[in-house]
Design a protein around this ligand. Structure first.
Ligand code: URA
Length: 237
């Protein structure tokens, strides 16, 4: 792939376009061991070796992050009214990032963010049945009967009942704490499944998607790059 030197540095997080242009002009950057003073220099990312203050920079076309989505923002790239999940990515200056799927505005938890459309498509394709695990708190008592209903599939008003879903009781009383595993991504799916079983979701958090689990060192609103093993597991889907 060919890319301008200043764009490459900017996309790899070395600063704003004007900051990297100024660094290039100051002589901080070499291409194939020769000083490169022109921001518009074309780089062949497969062949050229770019160094910044002597350290080699590896260009990656695609990047993958996990965000701990907080409640109160929408899973979109732009919204005229509400804060979006992309508002948490102010340090990432690259264009083309988007959230992989959606969580409701009041749902928290794991959201993958990438600029790799093909991977997102595979993760979201209904044919791939990627497992998503959620922790939920619900008003109402979850019983063995509810567990059975979830496993057998529930009519939530769509063309087809839901696919078998795992429901594990974490704590059950007048209110219940549960873990739910679904392999679809229908609109408000978990809330509607509980509604159909006579309960109301009061708190919902996604814990994992495929093999990737929400990093419990992240606070709501924080993000980190996916580790190599996490990415490999997603790519194997
Ligand atoms: N199910 C829901 O009801 N809401 C979400 O955000 C995700 C799954």
């Amino acid at each position: 792939m060919n890319i301008r030197l200043d764009k490459l540095l900017c996309e790899m997080g070395f600063g704003t376009r004007s900051a990297v242009k100024s660094d290039i002009k100051k002589g901080c950057v070499t291409v194939n061991s020769a000083a490169a003073n022109r921001p518009e220099t074309k780089i062949d990312t497969e062949r050229d070796i770019v160094c910044y203050n002597g350290s080699e920079i590896k260009y990656s076309q695609y990047e993958y992050y996990m965000l701990y989505k907080p409640a109160g923002c929408v899973s979109a790239t732009h919204d005229g009214r509400d804060k979006t999940v992309m508002d948490y990515f102010f340090e990432v200056r690259r264009e083309g990032f988007f959230p992989v799927g959606r969580l409701d505005k009041d749902t928290e938890g794991l959201l993958l963010i990438t600029n790799d459309g093909a991977l997102a498509h595979r993760l979201l394709s209904p044919a791939n049945h990627v497992e998503k695990v959620y922790y939920a708190e619900v008003d109402g008592q979850v019983t063995g009967e509810t567990v059975k209903m979830f496993w057998e599939g529930i009519d939530i008003g769509d063309d087809k009942p839901t696919r078998p879903a795992g429901l594990e009781l974490v704590d059950s009383g007048c209110d219940s704490k549960v873990r739910v595993t679904i392999t679809e991504g229908r609109y408000h799916q978990i809330k509607r499944m509980f509604e159909a079983s006579g309960c109301r979701v009061t708190y919902l958090k996604r814990l994992s998607m495929g093999a990737v689990r929400l990093d419990d060192t992240l606070a709501p609103g924080e993000y980190r790059k996916l580790h190599v093993d996490e990415l490999k597991a997603l790519m194997q889907l």
